[in-house]
Write a protein that binds this ligand. Structure first.
Ligand SMILES: C[S@@+](CC[C@H](N)C(=O)[O-])C[C@H]1O[C@@H](n2cnc3c(N)ncnc32)[C@H](O)[C@@H]1O
Length: 259
């Protein structure tokens, strides 16, 4: 699995303020619809960009609790949220939340559930801390929607197959409705948020994926360094020739806690 260490934190610190990932974050923010005074749980808060935005929305009468197992990510979130007294950052995981039953109004998780082994017990845990009627928003990429043009489809397939191993569930968004229904809760809506590029934007998602996928494939010996470099360079060349195409879809799943 991808390690959320200092290097990944550094790459994501830059990528997450880019236009593509800002819009993606906005889709989850809108689905959550934070209100002044709310207590909100941000599960896998990472470098804290959404945590900060939620803190401004709940105001001084509200509270935002960011939970993340990565010390490097929490350090970045801590720096970002300096001066926001309503933010509390805690070390922890989705399946073992250090919070009381029915203590939060809303819970959100962006691009985290795909990394969680036991999504069913994580869901049970999040629902435990949510107040009755509280809203939960879980948003993840469905990797079946990941498509990327190449003149060397076999090499692209190898790079995609490598990246498939960076997470646990490549299709978690498709599983959530059934898991919630089995627990007696109902998904109220699912929004698709597609990120498509026909140019290689310097602040886009595609260029971030190029760096992350190249490093991941080589570090895990899925391909050799020369192959990964050639794959990377091909995308630069395709972009300069006006033949670049990249697309993936994030699904924003919204549910209400019953009872
Ligand atoms: C791709 S980042 C997303 C960060 C943030 N939610 C965002 O969208 O900006 C994934 C985050 O999930 C965290 N994470 C991984 N496994 C987790 C788990 N079991 N429970 C909670 N967070 C987890 C990682 O440490 C990392 O910060």
């Amino acid at each position: 699995m991808l390690s959320f260490d200092a290097e990944t934190t550094r790459v994501l610190d830059t990528a997450y303020v880019g236009a593509d990932l800002t819009r993606r974050r906005q889709a989850s923010f809108d689905a959550l619809a934070p209100r002044p005074g709310d207590t909100i749980l941000d599960i896998g808060c990472g470098n804290g960009l959404l945590t900060e935005e939620l803190a401004r929305a709940v105001g001084t009468t509200g509270k935002v609790i960011g939970i993340d197992p990565s010390e490097d990510m929490r350090a970045s979130a801590d720096k970002r949220c300096t001066g926001l007294d309503c933010v509390e950052l805690i070390a922890g995981t989705a399946h073992d939340l250090p919070l009381q039953d029915t203590s939060v109004d809303r819970a959100v998780s962006v691009q985290v559930f795909e990394y969680i082994d036991d999504i069913e017990s994580a869901l049970t845990e999040v629902l435990r801390v949510l107040k009755p009627g509280g809203r939960i928003v879980i948003s993840d990429i469905h990797f079946d929607t990941f498509t990327w043009f190449s003149d060397d489809p076999k090499r692209m397939d190898n790079m995609m197959a490598s990246w498939d191993q960076h997470c646990v569930h490549r299709d978690v968004s498709a599983k959530l409705s059934a898991l919630l229904a089995a627990k007696g809760h109902k998904v109220s809506d699912v929004h698709a948020h597609t990120m498509t590029d026909h140019v290689l934007k310097s602040d886009g998602l595609a260029v971030t994926m190029m760096h992350l996928m190249k490093a991941y494939a080589v570090a895990n010996r899925h391909v050799d360094a020369e192959t990964a470099e050639a794959w990377f360079d091909e995308q630069l060349n395709l972009a300069s020739e006006g033949r670049f195409f990249f697309s993936m879809t994030q699904f924003v799943v919204m549910a209400q806690k019953t009872g």
